[in-house]
Design a protein around this ligand. Structure first.
Ligand code: ZN
Length: 83
């Protein structure tokens, strides 16, 4: 997994359209909000960046530990992996 310098974290997060990784296509994580039920696919690059600047963690069904994100719909920190 590609690691980015910490000073670029915010820019990468906001500018994801230009974040084209080398090689394999990014994995998509199916996220669902525990508060409002909003669902969305989250790019692996977002997961990687969010992991560095968030503290809450959740676990996918395959056991991978991923960050809990802020729901784009209701704004609660309740957006978890639903895979
Ligand atoms: Zn929500």
């Amino acid at each position: 997994m590609q690691k980015k310098p910490s000073e670029n974290v915010k820019a990468e997060w906001l500018d994801d359209e230009d974040d084209v990784p080398f090689g394999d296509p990014p994995r998509m994580y199916n996220y669902k909000c525990k508060n409002c039920g909003f669902m969305s696919d989250i790019n692996e690059a977002h997961i990687d960046v969010a992991y560095a600047w968030t503290k809450k963690r959740t676990t996918c069904q395959d056991g991978e530990v991923v960050p809990v994100l802020e729901c784009p719909d209701c704004g609660k920190i309740a957006f978890v992996c639903a895979d």
